[in-house]
Design a protein. Structure first.
Length: 240
């Protein structure tokens, strides 16, 4: 059937097949690129943001703890008040970070609840330490800071570390999935390119034979005529 088709029809069919395969390659490539882009966005919106915000909260917890020690060592009321104001500012930043975490965290929200509760429970301990210092009971304040204060900070750090570990694991899962999708898309596109190349070569061979075959037969016919063989069968020279 293909051999009896006109040359124009063969060309149209051949190039049509190449275009179809090319369109399939582009469609599949675009689909997987969109999937990878979506995975990248999800990784930014969730594990990356969670990891960034929990580290911001952790950094400011350390800052609050350090300024509590600065308050105990302050030489005058003005310096002490500056440290207290800074503690309030850092605590506000911690709560802002947790607002983002509650919006973006995809794990067990109990992890956030435990960490936030530990932070909130720390405030009355700090206030009691400050009250002891204000009353001139510096020794008792130091004992409480090293005892209940340190224990609470360790509890906060432990709760935060669980969130940090979860965000790292979650980011790794997102990355592994993205790499897997990228690898599959790369292999599939290369395979389709190979198919497209094979189709192109096959079409080129068939069309070339469709052109050179009749030309060869016509050349042979003219040579026979030139040699005086007028009995040679006529050649069908119509374009196919």
């Amino acid at each position: 059937m293909f051999r009896n088709m006109k040359l124009s029809s063969k060309l149209t069919l051949g190039f049509g097949l190449v275009l179809v395969v090319s369109a399939v390659v582009i469609l599949i490539g675009t689909t997987y690129m969109n999937q990878i882009a979506a995975a990248t966005k999800d990784m930014f919106d969730h594990p990356y943001t969670v990891h960034t915000e929990i580290l911001r909260a952790q950094r400011n917890i350390v800052g609050i703890d350090r300024h509590m020690k600065d308050v105990a060592l302050a030489d005058d009321k003005d310096a002490e008040q500056r440290y207290l104001d800074r503690i309030d500012e850092l605590e506000e930043v911690v709560f802002e970070a947790f607002n983002v975490l509650y919006d973006r965290f995809t794990g067990d929200v109990v992890l956030l609840d435990n960490a936030l509760q530990a932070i909130q429970d720390w405030r009355p301990i700090r206030e009691e330490i400050l009250q002891l210092q204000t009353a001139g009971l510096n020794m008792q304040a130091a004992v409480m800071r090293r005892g209940a204060g340190t224990a609470q900070v360790e509890l906060i750090e432990d709760s935060i570390q669980k969130i940090v570990d979860f965000s790292k694991d979650n980011a790794q899962r997102f990355n592994n999935n993205a790499q897997k999708d990228a690898g599959f898309a790369r292999s599939l596109i290369l395979a389709l390119f190979a198919v497209m190349a094979a189709v192109g070569i096959l079409v080129a061979v068939v069309i070339t034979r469709g052109i050179t075959g009749p030309v060869s037969r016509l050349l042979s016919f003219t040579q026979e005529i030139a040699g005086g063989n007028l009995a040679v069968a006529a050649v069908d020279y119509q374009s196919r």
